[in-house]
Design a protein around this ligand. Structure first.
Ligand code: ADP
Ligand code: ADP
Length: 220
């Protein structure tokens, strides 16, 4: 099963991705997590992208396309994968189609901008796994500690209000057009077009999970 989760920053993609990947036993591929690990490890890529990410802009397409193609050619992706944060531009979406890796589902999670700011300023993440919590809406069992490992949670540098607003601007300009792109592929019944669904992301985490499991035809 190959799945793309679309949606603005803070829509709840990572939160739902964890449930789906666990259920279907497929790898969770978050390009944001991959870039943050590169920054932490101070690799050449990490040094190149740090400022772009801190300011809330997008990393150039050629870098992202190479990174993603390399990741999905790994053996663990043979049985499928879930993409969170890729594609984010039309050239990235086209590159994925041209790579002849048919995607089964594109699921868009929709949330208004004002809700996103509240979600992201209160988001805390476990960097090693990508697990996301919220100080109010989805708190960890022990404050500031990951439920599974007990390791400390962090507040991402780009989850500050001014950067969030910029990320939302970038989302509306560069990523939102992908919704129409996938909707069109689906409606026109183009060969290998993914099935396309839109979901209300302002419901509870549990309700959204149930909707997605229904779409994917798996038991919750
Ligand atoms: P994304 O991966 O789309 O950027 P996340 O899954 O990290 O979004 O969620 C952003 C923040 O909102 C996190 O703090 C998360 O705990 C919280 N969150 C996710 N889904 C919901 C929801 N349905 N209702 C309230 N808060 C949510
Ligand atoms: P969120 O889900 O909260 O939007 P991500 O973790 O997906 O954040 O991404 C964090 C940052 O990493 C983005 O703001 C962007 O700078 C960079 N990034 C991640 N994926 C891509 C991509 N596919 N194309 C370009 N930049 C990306």
């Amino acid at each position: 099963m190959k799945i793309i989760l679309l949606g603005c920053p803070g829509a709840g993609k990572g939160t739902q991705a964890q449930f789906i990947c666990e259920k279907l036993n497929i790898p969770f591929i978050s390009t944001g997590d991959m870039l943050r690990s590169a920054i932490k490890a101070k690799t050449e890529l990490g040094l190149k992208v740090k400022k772009i990410i801190d300011d809330g802009y997008l990393v150039p397409d050629d870098i992202m396309i190479d990174l993603l193609k390399h990741r999905i050619s790994a053996p663990d992706c043979q049985r499928g994968f879930l993409l969170d944060g890729f594609p984010r531009t039309l050239p990235q979406a086209e590159a994925l189609r041209n790579a002849n890796i048919p995607i089964d589902y594109v699921i868009t999670i929709q949330v208004h901008d004002d809700i996103v700011v509240k979600r992201l300023t209160g988001r805390r993440v476990h960097p090693a796994s990508g697990r996301a919590y919220h100080i109010e809406f989805n708190p960890p069992k022990v404050s500031d500690k990951d439920d599974e490992t007990g390791e400390p949670l962090i507040h991402r540098d780009d989850d500050k209000e001014d950067v969030i607003r910029n990320r939302l601007r970038v989302y509306h300009n560069q990523t939102q057009p992908l919704i129409k792109y996938y909707e069109n592929l689906h409606l026109k019944n183009i060969k290998d077009a993914p099935k396309f669904f839109k979901i209300d992301g302002e419901k509870s985490i549990e309700e959204i999970k149930e909707k997605i499991f229904k779409i994917l035809n798996v038991d919750s």
